[in-house]
Design a binder for this molecule. Structure first.
Ligand SMILES: *Cc1c(COP(=O)(O)O)cnc(C)c1O
Length: 425
């Protein structure tokens, strides 16, 4: 696996990520001809000589530039490990990113990336709603470090956004922007390009904040934030990338330059993934495109069923956006497909939502999303329980809302299950 970035073209034709997920970044010759990468379950690596060890550290700690053709040496599994390096190389293909760093969780990726870029006295801009964990980190933890979060609702029209941010930022230094689009759990959209340019104008003159996009809901198949002006893309790899609800992991991608401080801080916080997690994700990536495509097709059918059901008041799913909707243009420009997470409001309140959830049979009542099995949960009392009720309402999260992650089961069976649970309400 020391020989990377090869074999990505045949007869001058660039291969698609689907075709490279089984081989890219791995050289069987270095592992006894094994067709699959072994799990390099080792904490440390033997240096051929003291000089080689010294050279590896010089590059790893940025004491000098990597020489032409000089391979980055394996040192210690908190810095690098073959399973993680192969995984990182493969992940770059989907987002067409220069570099990637993988983490032990999505929160580890988000926290490490933010900590690499914000400093006391800075303003951190963020969209709303955010995943519950990110919401807590941004609004409760960062203020203790004297980093002030300034939020804006997903879907705010551009003129209003600029006026409101100018007022609240008041010329202070904006060092980072965290955008989640589509937002968890409402599927509300944020225009990455508009927010990026606006964020650079509302702070101190000359500010150029790092724009991070949490691409967990649609990526890496259906949305590529780096193409729309983001500097970093972050993932909860626990969701679609892992895809089988059996591993917790995260990833952060971007240019070498922007990712470098994040990767460096990962080494010192120790938030990297372990070799076994890396290996599991390599296995998952081989079927990523098939899984996400099947889930999205299922979700289209499920959303249509819910949208026509008399006990469902409103369905939040990108495929159902109408051209009159102010965010429809963002959807067309920024997303390639609607994905497979659907939220919907039942006619009623928490009691009706709970009754529905308690009657599901095939669909499991659990948080998380993106796995092969369909899962349903109640955002107001579960994933977003930490967000005060008044704020939940402001972000469009009500007591009658259910979030559904559609899996790869037969869609007619999912619909049968949802139908009988709705009957029980
Ligand atoms: C799950 C999730 C996270 C957190 O990821 P973990 O892997 O659970 O740490 C962050 N953002 C979004 C949008 C998520 O759905």
């Amino acid at each position: 696996m020391r020989e990377r970035k090869k074999g990505a073209t045949i007869a001058g034709r660039k291969l698609r990520p689907e075709s490279l997920m089984m081989s890219y970044g791995y050289d069987p010759k270095l592992s006894e001809g094994a067709v699959k990468s072994p799990i390099f379950q080792t904490s440390t690596f033997v240096f051929e000589s003291a000089e080689a060890g010294k050279a590896f550290f010089e590059v790893a700690y940025g004491l000098r530039e990597q020489g032409q053709g000089e391979a980055l040496g394996l040192i210690y599994s908190r810095l690098n490990n073959p399973d993680l390096e192969i995984l990182e190389d493969r992940l770059t293909l989907w987002d067409d990113a220069e570099a990637c760093a993988v983490f032990q969780s999505g929160m580890a990726a988000i926290a490490t990336a933010l900590l690499a870029y914000v400093r006391p006295g800075d303003v951190l801009l963020h969209s709303e709603p955010l995943y519950g964990g990110s919401d807590h980190l941004v609004k409760r933890f960062f203020p203790e470090l004297k980093v002030e979060p300034v939020g804006f609702l997903a879907g705010t029209p551009p003129e209003e956004l600029e006026t409101s941010l100018r007022q609240r930022v008041g010329g202070r230094h904006v060092s980072a922007v965290l955008i989640e689009t589509p937002a968890n759990p409402t599927n509300a959209l944020v225009d990455i390009a508009t927010v990026s340019s606006c964020a650079a104008r509302v702070g101190r003159p000359g500010d150029s904040p790092v724009v991070m996009v949490d691409n967990t809901f649609l990526g890496p198949l259906w949305q590529h934030p780096l193409e729309h002006g983001a500097d970093l893309v972050v993932y909860s790899a626990t969701k679609f990338l892992g895809g089988h609800s059996d591993v917790i992991a995260g990833a952060c991608l971007g240019s070498q330059r922007v990712l470098a401080p994040v990767r460096a801080l990962r080494t010192f916080l120790g938030t990297m993934a372990d070799p076994w997690t890396g290996w599991l994700l390599l296995r998952s990536l081989e079927t990523l495109s098939m899984r996400m495509t099947a889930q999205m097709k299922n979700a289209r059918n499920v959303a249509e069923f819910l949208n026509n059901h008399p006990k469902v008041r409103r369905v939040y799913y990108l495929d159902l956006l109408r051209s009159e909707d102010p965010t429809y243009a963002i959807y067309r420009r920024q997303c390639l497909a609607p994905g497979s997470v659907i939220s919907f409001d039942l006619d009623g309140g928490e009691a009706e939502a709970f009754r529905f959830l308690n009657h599901l049979k095939l669909v499991k009542l659990a948080v998380s999303l993106g796995g092969t099995e369909s899962l349903a949960e109640h955002p107001a009392s579960m994933t977003h329980a930490d967000v005060p009720a008044a704020e939940q309402r402001r972000m469009g999260v009500g007591p009658a809302m259910v979030r559904l992650s559609v899996g790869v089961e037969h869609y007619e069976d999912i619909i049968t299950d949802l139908g009988q649970a709705l009957e029980a309400v």
